[in-house]
Design a protein around this ligand. Structure first.
Ligand code: AHR
Length: 495
């Protein structure tokens, strides 16, 4: 007989808000992410606003993009922001040492990025150069974007055409300092972090700087331990974590042509996020029981081989229902840990890794991941509803994984939303969900589903995968019964 998964919602008095910043994005100077993806330049025949593609602007607005991290990634620790301001024709070029060795013209710089964020209604998250920069260069950047007037950098900003400061709150103090950021030990970086953080004045600005320390690589718990132990709490607001999902790091395989074994191992690394955040949080709890410092998962997503014929340094990959499974399950994990996870950034927005949009000349397509992000907007800044899950397993070759992933929240109008994922590649799964005392009378639902796990949107068939209405559920006296098809994402919303 079919195993039934049981979920019980347990609303509590202690409220946790699911920060909308969990639904954040990341755009690095990498491949066709910035140039071509976001930015085509004001002279381009592709419809744009100040050089940024209008189709992308609209798509990102539609998922209510809460924040955008820039300019890297590894690129951040090679980036000198002063080379990206002032008249474009005077800007020096930069060779991208990490990604394909290409030369770029710095035409997308600080003004372009911050104006774009303003247009999107997204908070900018600037990742500063610690690896090859200086304290002076960093503090000048903060002064340039945040100081109202009467400072050398405010003057320079005004000369470059921007009168008001942008009030940038989120600042990354380097990126992957254990690797491309400088191959440092955590002890060395903790010292360096303190030095930089000490001089990060917000110049009397109301932005209340939020300083994020470059965090651990997946399960490097020692890294988190040292940062939490050595950095005084008055110098830090967030500590980061990076974790990608893949088949095998050395043998990633195709993004869209994969077998079940490859799917299963990708989901193993994706679902490991639960263990990772739990263990990193346990270390944070030890040094910071009052939860002053947040966990910021500022890079996550699926990573596969690049599409055939594309530059290996450009990390351009297709996006299938496998990616929808990663997105749906990972976002549920973040929601359920939202008392400590306050921001996350999917890598990367356009044309790179697990992108929400892909472009080809004037055309743009939205990926299954995009649709999950859109379906989950119901959780932005909503109140988390804690829950218990006793779910079915997804078994393959003698190994198993939890098949069901779920999170629930109540929005500002007191309406309940529940996101469910069944990652099983073959089996549908029956769910019995007890809504407790929530008094939900009626619900509607959307589903993201496809015929095959490998299915994806293409420039020829751009809407092969898109959300549809879902009716396979019953709600009676506070008990919800749902039949989740294989590899599907469902969001149920109280009417
Ligand atoms: O997102 C691609 C790269 O992955 C980033 O530049 C780096 O931080 C990480 O290793």
């Amino acid at each position: 007989s079919q195993e039934v998964s049981k979920i019980v919602l347990e609303p509590s008095e202690d409220t946790t808000i699911i920060s909308r910043h969990i639904y954040g994005h990341f755009a690095e100077h990498l491949g066709r992410s910035i140039y071509d993806g976001l930015y085509v330049g004001p002279e381009s025949p592709i419809p744009n606003t100040d050089g940024v593609r209008n189709d992308i602007i609209q798509a990102l607005k539609d998922i209510q993009i809460p924040n955008l991290r820039w300019p890297g990634g590894c690129f951040a620790d090679t980036y000198h922001w002063k080379e990206g301001i002032g008249p474009k024709e005077n800007r020096p070029t930069i060779v991208n040492q990490w990604w394909g060795g290409v030369t770029e013209d710095n035409s997308f710089g600080t003004h372009d990025f911050l104006n774009l964020c303003e247009r999107l209604g997204a908070e900018p998250y600037l990742a500063a150069n610690i690896g090859s920069g200086t304290v002076r260069e960093f503090t000048d950047w903060i002064q340039y974007v945040n100081h109202a007037e009467g400072s050398p950098m405010a003057k320079l900003r005004k000369e470059n055409g921007r009168n008001k400061p942008w009030n940038v709150k989120y600042w990354g103090v380097g990126n992957e300092m254990w690797g491309c950021g400088g191959n440092m030990t955590p002890e060395y970086y903790a010292n360096l972090y303190k030095q930089y953080a000490t001089f990060m004045a917000d110049w009397g600005n109301s932005s209340n700087l939020y300083r994020i320390a470059s965090g651990a690589n997946t399960d490097d718990y020692h890294w988190t331990e040292v940062l939490m132990r050595d950095i005084p709490k008055n110098l830090i607001e967030g500590v980061a974590l990076h974790s990608y999902s893949f088949v095998e790091w050395e043998n990633k395989g195709s993004a869209s042509n994969f077998n079940e074994a490859q799917y299963f191992s990708t989901m193993q690394t994706a679902l490991k996020m639960e263990e990772l955040v739990t263990k990193h949080i346990a270390i944070m709890d030890k040094y910071d029981p009052k939860k002053k410092v947040d966990l910021i998962v500022d890079e996550w997503g699926g990573w596969y081989d690049v599409e055939e014929g594309t530059n290996p340094g450009f990390l351009y990959q297709q996006n299938t229902m496998r990616d929808a499974m990663i997105a749906g399950a990972t976002l549920n994990i973040f929601n359920n840990h939202s008392d400590r996870v306050k921001m996350a950034n999917l890598a990367q927005t356009v044309n790179v890794l697990q992108a929400v949009a892909l472009t080809d000349g004037p055309n743009m397509i939205l990926t299954p991941t995009y649709h999950v992000m859109k379906m989950y907007t119901v959780h932005h800044d909503a109140e988390l509803i804690p829950l218990k899950l006793k779910g079915a397993e997804y078994s393959f070759n003698g190994e198993s994984l939890p098949a069901i992933s779920v999170s629930a929240s109540k929005n500002k109008s007191n309406k309940v939303n529940i996101s469910l994922v069944n990652i099983d590649s073959k089996k549908k799964n029956k769910i019995e969900l007890d809504l407790g005392n929530l008094e939900v009378k009626d619900m509607t639902a959307t589903i993201l589903i496809a015929n095959k796990l490998q299915d994806h949107n293409t420039f020829d068939i751009p809407e092969k995968i898109k959300p549809g209405q879902f009716k396979d559920f019953k709600l009676k006296k506070g008990k919800l019964e749902v039949e989740l098809p294989p590899f599907s994402v469902v969001v149920l919303s109280e009417k």
